[in-house]
Write a protein that binds this ligand. Sequence first.
Ligand SMILES: Nc1ncnc2c1ncn2[C@@H]1O[C@H](COP(=O)(O)OP(=O)(O)OP(=O)(O)O)[C@@H](O)[C@H]1O
Ligand SMILES: [Mg+2]
Length: 274
Amino acid sequence: MQAIQTFSLKKYFYNGEYEVRAVDKVNLSVEEGEFVAIMGNSGSGKSTLLNLLGGLDEATEGEILIRGESLRGMEREERTIFRRRNIGFVFQQYNLVTSLSVYENIVLPLCLDGLAPDEAFLNHLVELLKIGDKLYEMPERLSGGQQQRAAIARALITHPAIVLADEPTGNLDSATSMEVAGLLKTCARQFDQTVIMVTHDKTVARTADRILLMKDGVVQVADDVLSTKDGVVQVADDVLTTKDGVVQVADDVLSKEDGLAHASDDILPMEDVQ
Ligand SMILES: Nc1ncnc2c1ncn2[C@@H]1O[C@H](COP(=O)(O)OP(=O)(O)OP(=O)(O)O)[C@@H](O)[C@H]1O
Ligand SMILES: [Mg+2]
């Protein structure tokens, strides 16, 4: 089953006189359990895309299906509840509540839903994230890496099917960054979650199963997925699938127009697929 699907998803902003196409006709398909990294220059639309996927912002046009359910049809409040139950967010700035202890921060999403935490799961989570001894500290007394791990615990406590992490390692040193990325991957595997992580760090991105590149609001396949051999563009094996003996390109490399699948021009023309 697909955890996330978008169809010609657009978010345009109007900055006075001109239009910013922050997300432009994005067709994305992420399978359940997949760990996807999104890279791209500043301003390329990564955060906007993540906010749309998480229902934090509304699309200008297009469709988002989260586990088959359309976000478009939902009222604001319905979307908030759906988000709380299905999606965990990790923000670059951690966004911990400074007046609450680490423990209170972690269980906050459950409290908002009137639910009691599963203490055994919470203990497992904080042990995995190595903050078991920090639960009754206030966030300001934790290092950046520890705060980020607390924020990850808060994102995972509700067993969300989908975890959206916007530059979760943006404020961390390289060793801690790799640790946090590794933890996200471990959690995804252990709890069978789908993770989308935005990052500027190539080493961090390589921990993912798949790397997507955003440029001017358009999602592209990262360079290292494509290679050129004898003048012909080749696609890495995991982008190709074989169906009835015919080699096919993965859905997200294709866009659909007039009911027909097209390979995005800037990725590769269909006839070049070998
Ligand atoms: N609320 C807004 N109003 C107007 N323009 C916006 C708004 N939010 C984002 N934009 C514009 O949309 C584009 C994409 O912004 P976005 O924050 O998604 O980029 P990003 O890829 O996350 O960048 P960074 O790597 O710096 O975080 C930018 O040109 C930005 O100026
Ligand atoms: Mg951003």
